[in-house]
Design a protein around this ligand. Structure first.
Ligand code: GLU
Length: 463
């Protein structure tokens, strides 16, 4: 018997690679809401298209990178709902950058320069005075082997520059559409400092190439880098990923976000009691053609998101908008989403309590105040003129266990007996029963307060 014929791979078909995206913060500070935008654009793309999400810690700057920021980044992303499939650290990959640098040197694409920062700065100023663009003049390329030995004998260490082609680089940007940059207008970038430290422009390319990144979604402050980096990919003979550059978030006054703006850090927002999904919805939907709206889950947010909806203009956001969005999110939030946090705060009212008060919570912490009003002694607010009415109310309070229908039955009976209606009927009851003149629907609160406590409060007792 002949073995069954196995299907043969069709070699003419291109290999389909699963998407792999990355978020690449440097651990030099806490993530802010603008970083969350980038992190989430990548995360939502992975949610929609499948594939993997790499958190890459760009930590080659040894002076400024800190392990505590690294931990905070991972923690803050998890709080937001982003849990990377893989984590890579650039500091673990220094040998890869050294190997790639050797390759570029062999190809004549990486050349040493010996100018000090001061010399470069002086040259730049002279160019500007002459009205010339401050582009590096490639003086280092004209050094002879002899010149270099002499400079090194003086104790100078070279930095290394990438030799740009000076041609137009173009790409199809996922947000900005057809994009082109003439690299003749740019200085050859320094990829390795004189102390040997490889710089982001370079390390990012080596990683994106070697770690199989298929799509780079990042802020538009990196558009020029993309032209340079595409030339470095070509120099290394590596296929580049697809690029998309999104607009940046600014404060309401148009200021750029920086790591120094502590209160807009994800930590700060968490400490202020803002819900992660409110932060996520705001970070993603601001500056897109989609209306700002609360979304209960990442999947729901992913449905609303596409790179095609991201606008070109910068996106202003307002902290007040975030508070309002937080409230709207809580007003619809199911009990299951908050149950653990409520019981951690000692709130035992269960689902009935949450459904009663959620519409009156701007932050989850507000639930504790309503729980206090329901379950701890309060000072009833009673006007002299209402005492008799409240005594009547106490006498009329249904005898049986109070439920959602009790309030209507009770106030209907009271209306008939006293002739009071509207505000005159309801407000004295609310003020006596809760101590304040506004709040959740009394029909829901009354059964939570319970019969015996309600009777005491109607009699003016702090119960
Ligand atoms: N570490 C870079 C940054 O935070 C990463 C940029 C990129 O996504 O390539 O700006």
């Amino acid at each position: 018997m002949t073995a069954p014929k196995l299907p043969q791979p069709n070699l003419a078909q291109p290999k389909l690679t699963a998407p792999k995206l990355r978020f690449a913060p440097s651990p030099t500070g806490f993530l802010h809401i603008g970083n969350a935008r980038t992190a989430l654009f990548n995360w939502l793309t992975v949610l929609k298209s499948g594939g993997r999400y790499l958190l890459r810690l760009d930590d080659t700057d040894r002076e400024r990178s800190r392990p505590e920021y690294e931990r905070a980044i991972i923690e803050d992303l998890a709080w937001l709902g982003v849990v990377p499939h893989d984590i890579a650290r650039q500091s673990d990959r220094l040998d890869r950058y050294a190997a790639a640098a050797e390759e570029l040197k062999r190809k004549g694409l990486l050349y040493p320069g010996y100018e000090t920062p001061e010399e470069l700065e002086r040259r730049r100023k002279r160019q500007l005075q002459r009205g010339a663009p401050p582009v590096y003049d490639r003086a280092a390329l004209r050094l002879t082997a002899q010149d270099r030995s002499r400079l090194e004998a003086e104790g100078r260490r070279p930095h290394w520059r990438f030799k740009l082609t000076g041609q137009v680089v173009s790409w199809e940007d996922g947000v900005r559409g057809p994009s082109r940059i003439d690299t003749a207008s740019l200085s050859d970038p320094i990829l390795i400092r004189e102390d040997g430290q490889p710089l982001y422009t370079f390390t990012s390319v080596v990683d994106d190439a070697e770690l199989g990144i298929t799509n780079v979604i990042r802020g538009e402050d990196h558009v020029t880098n993309t032209a340079v980096q595409l030339e470095i990919f070509a120099g290394l003979g590596a296929a580049p990923p697809a690029f998309a550059h999104h607009n940046l978030l600014t404060t309401a006054s148009g200021e750029g976000l920086s790591k120094r703006l502590g209160h807009l850090s994800l930590r700060g927002l968490r400490e202020a009691g803002i819900e992660p999904m409110a932060v996520a919805a705001l970070a993603v939907l601001t500056g897109t053609s989609e209306a700002l709206q609360p979304t209960a889950t990442m999947e729901e947010l992913a449905e609303l998101f596409s790179l095609g909806k991201v606008s070109r203009a910068s996106a202003k956001f307002d902290e007040q908008e975030l508070s309002a969005l937080n409230g709207r999110l809580l007003h619809k939030m199911p009990y299951s989403a908050v149950a653990d946090r409520l019981s951690a705060d000692g709130i035992e009212g269960g689902e009935a309590f949450w459904l009663a008060v959620r519409g009156n919570c701007a932050k989850l912490a507000d639930a504790a105040r309503w729980w206090g009003i329901v379950a701890s002694p309060i000072e009833p607010q009673i006007d002299e003129a209402d005492r008799e009415f409240l005594a009547e109310a106490a006498a009329t309070l249904p005898q049986k266990e109070l439920d959602e229908a009790s309030w209507r039955d009770w106030t209907t009976a009271l209306k008939e007996r006293t002739g009071r209606k509207g505000r005159d009927l309801f407000m004295p009851l609310r003020r006596a029963l809760t101590g304040i003149d506004h709040g959740p629907d009394m029909a829901h609160l009354l059964p939570l307060i319970g019969r015996s406590r309600a009777l005491k409060r109607l009699g003016g007792e702090a119960a």
